[in-house]
Design a protein around this ligand. Structure first.
Ligand SMILES: Cc1cc2nc3c(=O)[nH]c(=O)nc-3n(C[C@H](O)[C@H](O)[C@H](O)COP(=O)(O)OP(=O)(O)OC[C@H]3O[C@@H](n4cnc5c(N)ncnc54)[C@H](O)[C@@H]3O)c2cc1C
Length: 458
């Protein structure tokens, strides 16, 4: 159901009411002969919508659909826009407009219901969010690394779960096929992945091997005209809906290779993981292989060893470093606006020193992260960014965003725990982001190893 707001929308302030002159239910348009007030807070709906709209009332309750305004304004304290090219700004602004129109109005509802907004897939493909830096001849957008980063920043500003879907599709599925796949594999799969016709997943983590993926037990055996794959992967984003999975498995010599496993192959199942409090609008599951026959042409021929999946993670971690800046900016922007409006003890809470300390520290940390990440983008464009530099940015920025989300949530008092504001959802999402693609501690060990040359992992 979509609610069409009237052009003379009225702002009823804190009650968050909209005046609507028509609404659509499953494609049928209903015109209202009287004013219809659509409350933003679900629990107000019963009280305010007049009895003649009881059908709408019922639907609102059932589907928890709300009209939502996205007032986001991006902070740019050090004028970092001046470091961006016109193309970067165009990509960033177009993605921002997309998020305001397509993601913000629906995301809270999907996150509350722990549902994956599948309808967004073709729309994300349309703006180039699947394979932004994959060359156009394979269906990608052919953009540079800073444009890719800015896209992730804007999409994650909407929701980390949506950015996760884009990261997996682009960096963990399209990238390995592009970098290590045969020409036939690239031609067959990349255009469909770029257009969102196919959804991909990346299977590295196993139930007993998370931070130590080199210990994986998933394996395949050469059976002459095919391979036979056995094992299981856990915590896999997009798994329940994926059409193709890039799965990392050991051959008989114990060497890790990438294998393309496709939906419909006998013995391949993808059970969903339920009861998550984080990334609720992203679908997570397992990849289970029970004697799956893999055609020989489905092996990625270009690279083997642990370095192959780790190079994909480099690309995804780079996207996360940008993405979480979007989350931090959204939390800061929300808290700043709230602090100027919320009156306690006769003045806006933003006028109290304790609240100003929080806001001042937030904008300082965001600015530092913006500069760090922009520089990393320049190095990445020049193919000079190291894995350790990417680790540092991922670790620093996720930690920064998580701390800002926690502080911002407190600044909103009780309102901070509601879905009326995005902060609590962001905060819960970040608990996954700080864990996946290498935990906070693992990235610290990577930096430690890089600067000392001494391995503290084992
Ligand atoms: C929502 C979600 C989506 C995910 N999506 C994917 C996906 O699409 N594909 C995929 O392959 N994986 C995915 N993952 C898995 C993710 O990458 C792993 O959860 C992560 O690598 C950590 O592994 P683990 O959960 O097994 O934790 P463990 O490795 O068991 O770690 C537990 C704790 O021990 C610490 N630890 C481990 N080793 C050391 C050490 N040597 N020294 C000090 N401390 C150590 C860790 O830092 C952590 O705090 C996803 C995870 C989540 C939560």
């Amino acid at each position: 159901m979509t609610i069409q707001k009237s052009t003379d929308k009225e702002d009823f302030g804190r009650k968050g009411l909209f005046r609507a002159d028509s609404f659509k239910v499953f494609g049928f348009e209903f015109r209202c002969n009287a004013q219809l007030f659509i409350p933003r807070l679900c629990y107000n709906k019963r009280a305010i919508i007049s009895p003649q709209f009881s059908f709408l009332n019922y639907l609102c309750d059932k589907y928890y659909i709300m009209a939502k305004d996205d007032l986001f304004q991006s902070p740019d304290y050090y004028l970092t826009d001046e470091l961006l090219s016109d193309e970067h700004k165009m990509v960033r602004d177009a993605t921002r407009a997309f998020v305001k129109k397509e993601v913000s109005p629906i995301i809270e509802d999907f996150a509350q219901r722990a549902a994956f907004p599948k309808d967004l897939l073709p729309k994300l493909a349309e703006i180039g969010a699947f394979g932004p830096y994959i060359p156009e001849e394979y269906g990608g957008a052919g953009l540079d690394q800073i444009s890719y980063g800015l896209m992730m920043q804007e999409i994650e500003r909407g929701d980390s779960g949506i950015r996760s879907t884009c990261s997996v599709q682009s960096s963990l599925v399209m990238f390995p096929i592009f970098a290590y796949g045969s020409e036939a594999q690239k031609r067959r799969l990349l255009p469909d992945l770029a257009s969102g016709k196919k959804l991909g997943a990346f299977g590295l983590t196993e139930p007993d091997h998370g931070s130590n993926p080199g210990g994986m037990v998933t394996n395949y055996v050469d059976k002459g005209d095919h391979y036979l794959l056995n094992g299981a992967k856990m915590w896999i984003s997009n798994a329940p809906f994926c059409d193709v999975a890039v799965v990392w498995a050991k051959n008989e010599e114990g060497r890790i290779h990438g294998v393309l496993v496709e939906r419909g192959m006998e013995g391949f199942t993808t059970p969903e993981t339920h009861n998550k409090w984080s990334l609720r609008a992203s679908s997570t599951g397992e990849l289970v292989f029970d004697n799956v026959k893999i055609p020989k042409e489905n092996l990625l021929p270009g690279k083997s060893g642990l370095g192959a999946p780790l190079s994909c993670l480099d690309s995804a971690r780079y996207g996360i470093a940008w993405g979480v800046i979007g989350v931090a900016m959204d939390c800061y922007d929300t808290a700043l606006r709230y602090a100027k409006e919320r009156i306690q003890f006769g003045k806006p809470i933003g006028g109290f020193q304790l609240q100003q300390k929080k806001l001042a520290e937030m904008i300082t940390e965001i600015t530092k992260a913006q500069l760090l990440t922009w520089r990393l983008g320049v190095l990445k464009n020049e193919k000079r960014a190291t894995s350790a530099q990417i680790s540092m940015a991922k670790r620093n920025n996720v930690d920064m965003a998580l701390k800002i989300a926690r502080e911002a949530r407190q600044m909103l008092g009780g309102m901070g725990i509601t879905g009326e504001y995005p902060i609590m959802r962001h905060m819960m999402n970040l608990e996954s982001v700080v864990t996946y693609e290498g935990t906070h501690d693992i990235h610290l060990l990577i930096t430690g190893l890089d600067v000392t040359g001494l391995n503290a992992f084992v």
